[in-house]
Design a binder for this molecule. Sequence first.
Ligand SMILES: NC(=O)c1ccc[n+]([C@@H]2O[C@H](COP(=O)([O-])OP(=O)(O)OC[C@H]3O[C@@H](n4cnc5c(N)ncnc54)[C@H](O)[C@@H]3O)[C@@H](O)[C@H]2O)c1
Length: 334
Amino acid sequence: MSMSNVLVTGGAGYIGSHCVRQLLGQGWRAVVLDDFSTGFKDLLISDEWVEGSTLDKRRVKQILRDYDISAVMHFAACAYVGESVENPEKYYENNVQGTLRLLSAMREEGVNQFIFSSSCATYGVPNQLPLTEDHPLNPVNPYGFTKRVVEQMLADFSVAYDLNYVSLRYFNAAGADPGGQLGECHDPETHLIPLILQVATGERENITVFGTDYDTKDGTCVRDYIHINDIGKAHLLALKYLQGGGTSDVFNIGTEVGNTVREVILACEKVTGKSITMVVGERRPGDPPALVASAEKIRRILKWEPEYTDLESIVETAWAWEQKRTQVLSETAG
Ligand SMILES: NC(=O)c1ccc[n+]([C@@H]2O[C@H](COP(=O)([O-])OP(=O)(O)OC[C@H]3O[C@@H](n4cnc5c(N)ncnc54)[C@H](O)[C@@H]3O)[C@@H](O)[C@H]2O)c1
């Protein structure tokens, strides 16, 4: 199979930068397009990058031509659930309009392989667990709706035009590359593991747990934490699948193991050797009690297997990064 050139939108962000590292490691050429709205120049792994937005269709077309791109991995998006409720316009513009312009540029330039960063937020509150890909899509916030709209757009484009895509619905991305060069940083940080670890480093005083009265084994929410490099691995397999003539499809990426918030805190205490102060807060509206993936389909069709199957090993990589994050990232995003 020929190693072609891949455009990675959002390649200076948390998940995109890890995927760029894997692409380059396996001999692909990766060109990053990022507007640095939430990304970091320090996370740029590829020497080939362009500062710009997916909303700028003319620019995207130029990049597709200049770098002879044959596939696009599309990570660029706004990804804060709470902000999407307060400012849905920003989300529909960047996530939906930005993707539409990107797809339109691809169609006009004859680029027809697309890998999309979707989310378990497309499902909403589950009717049953584990969540399989055919579960109804009933998102409970504008962020989840933007992902659902893009998935619909992809399905329609693949019927009408010559587009082949894979949509990957990530569950909770976590951890960092063990090499220590890359890791998670969102501003503001909203993800559980970095928030807890920042209590361990002393950057925060405590961690607020939103709801301790859910119908789960210890009353706190259950989520499926998937290591960032296992997400990267799924992208590489999806790319090879499309290059091998695979048909458009949608896959979950998760470990199929649910962990409660309390279990995550305990794992962080064990890994860091520090005690973490927990504060009990109110439930957040729209937070499902439990989200756990079925990964049967991606195992079967893409032959994907997660390497990180236990929480502590994921937390260990996140902790190694957290201790050096402020040295690696010289500036904040935006
Ligand atoms: N982190 C998770 O747990 C998770 C779960 C499910 C899905 N996702 C999806 O994965 C993708 C990456 O998430 P992340 O956690 O790495 O977020 P991130 O904020 O770290 O990365 C997003 C990157 O995209 C860039 N960007 C945003 N809009 C852009 C635009 N219009 N043009 C060019 N660049 C733009 C940002 O500067 C940033 O570098 C997003 O699409 C997100 O919705 C993330």
